[in-house]
Design a protein around this ligand. Structure first.
Ligand code: CAO
Length: 551
């Protein structure tokens, strides 16, 4: 093993550029030309590659350090032969890194006046060849100043903005996102008013041309020497690229991540690998929606509007005009459940059947049971009986224990019942697994435990998955009937409100009976109205007399 010093290679006129990202740490194995760190000026960023394959022994720079050509960045432990094979200092870096700097500094600026259209071309940007256009800052009709950034190009190791050589009005943008450009590629046609172009620019020598004539060409000032450290048009930078290294931007493009929506946690809001991954995870879990997703789900959010033809945009109201207001972020659970509820409401053709069932005897039994079990600490509420009644009804009407999967119906032979639980942070639906195999006391006990976990925010994804059918009980609160939203991919949900004593005619006299209001929402793609009415009637009959489950 030999110790090799890795130094910043020839990066042209880049001097004292800040280290903004460390891509490796001591102990990491690196390949030759693997990027070790990212440096950045105000106009370009580039990754500094390793000269050797080996193991990082020590990093000699920290975030924020300024480096130039020859600065020591790392010590590498390299196998003997490999160390000898390459020079220890300033080896030729990966092609892309040094080429971020134009091969020659820009020629001195010389003001010229040009009347005709001028094609601004990519200047000498060193060995950059066929680099992708990743950002276009201007459009036809825009006024541009000399050195204002027109586009950003990027290789896999570096990115840079290409400034305009001329002031004027953009007549045409000659490149689009994804186009590959090299030195001399025309990028923007400018109707120049006045210009400051390199003395060598063709435009300087071009005679005034009529509008229809072929435009003259002008080489943009070289990006590093002219526009980078000295005359950074700050507005173009902040309005354009999010702060991120080329490799992060490349990954974002490959994944389709809108980088402008990713919050950077690095220095000066720079987007790091962790920020990118965190954003992707949040979008996948539904906790965060991209602007494009929000635009496609108009009624879901205040920002919506437009995805359904003819649908009005969400009203934008300045509430503060009408009185004092306070703004609060939606809780994480509200954001997730809101997105799910909205999808379910929009995608499932819901119908809700309302009914009542007589639970006079069952309530008397429940009260009796709780008296007998007082010492056990397990309290039985009506919900535990409803879970058992739901199992009985699902067995009798299997299409309620189903899910749509493409053009197929998946019929389940297991009976996992979810119940909606109200928590300080929002609605969650824990699931009692295999409710068919459990008695009322066990169900009550598990419900109590799951409801506590829910209130404490400690439910795991496993606690909330696998449900076949859900029950949403507002019985402890009040109300009469409501329309519960089906918990997809389930196909029905039972909503229950508070029971009340009502006079019921028994053929001879009115009798006080305890009536429980039921609201069954069902998916009309799977279930039809008659089946729903039968399901409700059977569910109610079981609640009235549990002996029916034995029939
Ligand atoms: N009729 C009359 N009283 C009822 C009843 C009903 N249908 N259901 C429950 N009750 C009574 C209980 O017996 C209990 O009475 P006591 O305090 O006298 O013993 C009281 O109401 C409170 O019950 P509970 O709510 O603590 O227990 P539960 O088993 O009925 O419900 C749970 C548990 C977690 C589901 C419930 O607390 C909850 O969160 N409910 C809200 C669900 C919800 O938000 N649904 C709406 C979803 S759609 O937005």
């Amino acid at each position: 093993m030999a110790l090799v010093e890795v130094k910043v290679p020839d990066i042209g006129d880049f001097k004292d550029v800040a280290v903004i990202e460390l891509l490796v740490k001591p102990g990491d194995a690196v390949a030759a030309e693997q990027s070790l760190l990212t440096v950045e000026s105000d106009k370009a960023s580039m990754e500094i590659p390793s000269s050797h394959a080996g193991v990082v022994k020590e990093l000699k720079v920290a975030l924020g350090d300024k480096v130039s050509e020859g600065s020591l960045v790392a010590l590498l432990e390299v196998a003997g032969a490999a160390a000898a094979a390459a020079p220890a200092a300033a080896p030729a870096p990966a092609a892309a890194a040094p080429v971020a700097v134009p091969a020659s500094p820009a020629a001195p600026l010389a003001p010229v006046v040009a009347a005709g259209p001028i094609d601004v071309v990519v200047p000498d940007i060193g060995d950059f060849d066929q680099v992708a256009v990743i950002e276009v800052f201007v459009k036809p009709g825009d006024s541009v100043k000399v050195e204002q950034s027109l586009i950003t190009v990027e290789s896999d190791k570096a990115s840079m903005e290409i400034p305009s050589s001329h002031a004027g009005v953009v007549e045409a943008v000659l490149v689009k996102l994804g186009d590959k450009v090299s030195k001399g590629t025309p990028i923007v046609r400018v109707l120049a008013t006045s210009a400051a172009a390199p003395a060598t620019a063709v435009a300087a020598a071009a005679p005034p041309a009529p509008a229809a004539a072929a435009p003259a060409t002008a080489t943009s000032p070289a990006p590093s020497a002219v526009a980078m450290p000295a005359h950074a048009p700050a507005t173009a930078v902040s309005a354009g690229l999010p702060h991120a290294s080329p490799s992060i931007r490349k990954q974002a493009r490959e994944l389709g991540v809108p980088l402008a929506e990713v919050k950077g946690s690095g220095p000066k809001g720079r987007i790091t690998q962790d920020d990118l991954q965190g954003f992707v995870k949040q979008v996948m879990s539904g906790a965060v929606q991209t602007a494009a997703q929000k635009a496609k789900a108009p009624a879901a959010s205040a920002a919506g509007g437009g995805a359904f033809p003819g649908l009005l945009a969400w009203p934008q109201v300045d509430f503060a005009k009408f009185g004092p207001i306070e703004r609060k972020d939606l809780s994480r659970i509200k954001k997730i459940s809101g997105a799910n509820l909205h999808r379910n409401w929009v995608l499932i053709p819901h119908v809700t059947n309302h009914d009542d069932c007589d639970i006079t005897e069952l309530e008397a039994f429940r009260v009796q049971l709780n008296k007998e079990n007082e010492k056990s600490g397990v309290k039985v509420t009506m919900l535990a009986f409803m879970i058992k009644a739901a199992v009985a009804a699902l067995k009798k009407f299997p299409e309620f224990n189903a899910s749509i999967d493409g053009e197929q119906l998946v019929l389940k032979s297991y009976f996992h019942i979810g119940f909606a639980a109200d928590t300080p942070n929002g609605l969650v639906v824990p699931v009692i697994k295999d409710a068919d195999k459990k008695g009322i006391l066990q169900i009550s006990q598990e419900m109590g435990e799951l409801a506590k976990k829910a209130r404490d925010g400690k439910l795991s994804p496993a606690d909330m998955s696998g449900g076949c059918f859900s029950i949403s009980s507002l019985g402890g609160i009040g109300g009469r009937y409501f329309t519960p939203i089906i918990n997809a991919p389930e196909v029905a949900i039972m909503g229950v409100c508070k029971s009340s004593l009502e006079p019921k005619w028994d053929g001879r006299a009115f009798q006080p009976r305890l009536m429980l209001p039921l609201s069954l929402s069902w998916d009309h793609r799977v279930i039809d109205g008659a089946a729903a009415a039968r399901f409700n009637a059977y569910f109610g009959a079981v609640m009235t007399d549990f002996r029916r489950v034995m029939l």
